[in-house]
Design a protein around this ligand. Sequence first.
Ligand SMILES: NC(=O)c1ccc[n+]([C@@H]2O[C@H](COP(=O)([O-])OP(=O)(O)OC[C@H]3O[C@@H](n4cnc5c(N)ncnc54)[C@H](OP(=O)(O)O)[C@@H]3O)[C@@H](O)[C@H]2O)c1
Length: 357
Amino acid sequence: MSKKQAIIIGATGAAGQNIVEFTADHPWFEIGCLSASERSHGKSYRDATAKAVFFREVPKEEVMEMKVIGADHVDPRDYDVAFSALPTEIAKVQEAKFAKHIPVISTASAYRYEADTPVLLPDVNPTHISMIEGQRANRGWNGYIVPGPNCTTIGLVSTLKPLLDKYGVDVVSMVSMQSLSGAGEKGLRADSEYRINALKNVIPLIGGEEEKVFMETNKILGDMVDGKLIDASINIHSTCTRVDVKIVHTEAIHLGLGKAASAGEVKATFEGYRSEAQEQKLPSVAEQPIIVVDEEDGPQPKKHGDYPKMVTLVGRLRENPLFNNGISYVITSDNLEKGAGGGAVLSAEYLQVKGFL
Ligand SMILES: NC(=O)c1ccc[n+]([C@@H]2O[C@H](COP(=O)([O-])OP(=O)(O)OC[C@H]3O[C@@H](n4cnc5c(N)ncnc54)[C@H](OP(=O)(O)O)[C@@H]3O)[C@@H](O)[C@H]2O)c1
């Protein structure tokens, strides 16, 4: 099987760099073009990423030496698939331009809330890809746009899904402690005002984030009924904060299940959860998507990377007397990996095995 030619738009930013890490040596995809803004046009990928480096493993030399091309200079028809990691307002225009011709797998929120667009997490809501044909027909596109969830929503829904399936979930309260890289380049660039203010600090507001968590969680956990997506109806309240951590988001979650379960039963439910993405043995999927850590003071963002890629870590699992059938736990989730680049690549893998690429 020849590899699909991929263009990565927004390749120089935080999420884009992670897509590059996941595709640089991918068995099914080959990087055909690295694209970004006019500011990066003509620079080597190494120089264009030097302002804020997010790589865990620096990609191979031939990728670092590729010339970055401004998004307005590329023809989508030269590629089989586009990965987009653009700021939302730019994504709105560029992704539609690409989707006229080829599939676009996106980390941006530009199309997440459109009625004909799935927000895909292959190990949570794989059936939502049935919305793609409707989207194509509505918009007259040869391609389509499939965004992934916001990086904060991903960890939350990954753990809610097995609980919803087994016990039901009525109410969720969540407080996030989100890393600086979640703010993108401005979160890590040394002279960024946002970064300077956030150092040794906690900022108790991330504009628009709590609304995203609410809308996306109920959309992702919704059911396809007669070809239509019916959102879930979980009562969710969240407080999203920025903390002085480089990578990996932490979330404290308190919830009320639909029926009683002990902390031990919930642990077994988390550890036993598998989806079609695991059955398909997709190249980027975690064999066990949720790991309950043994350490009583875990999980911690600093130690998240000690575990396999693309997992959600759970700890502090206990019963919560304040809620009906209450359960509390803490998660860590890598905002750049499962939360952005790795998640986008996993979606592309799932779409490929389903014949959509
Ligand atoms: N960071 C995360 O943890 C995370 C997680 C999930 C989703 N997301 C989403 O992913 C998207 C990218 O976020 P990020 O954090 O990676 O942002 P970022 O670090 O600021 O990177 C933005 C990227 O977009 C490019 N860009 C900016 N303006 C452009 C234009 N006019 N035309 C073409 N390219 C342009 C930049 O290129 P230059 O380098 O040339 O400026 C850069 O490659 C956002 O929609 C964000 O909400 C981010």
